[in-house]
Design a protein around this ligand. Structure first.
Ligand code: SF4
Length: 208
């Protein structure tokens, strides 16, 4: 997807990062990145803070890659948002760097785009390094409590067989939520139960 981030592959602009890992956004203990900036306008968006295109947490791809690679207690990486595919070049560079050193880690991405819309070369490059894509916008009237989907229009697409053993969990498993410290406060990670309330769910309803 063309965006203000096009051509940038050495840094990412994030809403937040969960370095210690969580079990609320996919199988095992997962490092999570929430990207900053989204062009979708999903009514009932539970992560409105991640939508504006403002500099938030700008980190170098090298630094994040080194951090992920060094964490022996994680099983994979989940990217939520915001919209991940607006920063596909940087995320491709990140996934490539991590894969070289930690091929054991799986990758999950939430996107407000459907896979049919992700046709650019940068989109395809990122998809080629992704094990599971959860696609499509969040539709509040279709809210579901099934697995990692926020609404039933979203699809859990297995791009590789790696996470197929977790298919049931991803499609229809119990939705977990975990509150962790962030900055001076806390955030609750996981698929929101309903509309955002006082806690912040970094996306994923389509995502945290
Ligand atoms: S729900 Fe996700 S895709 Fe939709 S507007 Fe909010 S951040 Fe963007």
């Amino acid at each position: 997807m063309e965006s203000i981030y096009s051509g940038i592959s050495d840094v990412v602009n994030l809403w937040a990062v969960c370095r210690g890992g969580t079990r609320a956004l996919g199988p095992g203990n997962r490092y999570v990145l929430w990207t900053q900036g989204c062009l979708h306008r999903c009514p009932g968006c539970v992560s409105p803070e991640s939508r504006p295109f403002v500099p938030r947490l700008i980190l170098s791809v090298d630094e994040i890659a080194r951090d992920i690679i060094s964490r022996e207690d994680i099983d994979g990486v989940t990217v939520s948002g915001g919209e991940a595919f607006l920063q596909s070049e940087a995320l491709t560079a990140l996934f490539s760097a991590v894969k070289r050193e930690r091929p054991d880690l799986s990758n999950i991405i939430f996107s407000g785009y459907t896979i049919e819309e992700l046709t650019g070369e940068d989109d395809k490059a990122l998809l080629s390094l992704t094990d599971v894509l959860i696609d499509g916008p969040f539709v509040e009237s279709l809210r579901t409590s099934d697995g990692l989907r926020g609404s039933s229009n979203q699809r859990v697409i297995f791009l590789t067989p790696r996470l197929l053993p977790h298919k049931e969990e991803l499609l229809s498993g119990e939705q977990l939520r975990e509150t962790i410290p962030l900055g001076n406060g806390t955030i609750t990670i996981g698929i929101p139960e309903k509309k955002a309330q006082s806690d912040h769910f970094p996306h994923n309803t389509k995502r945290v």
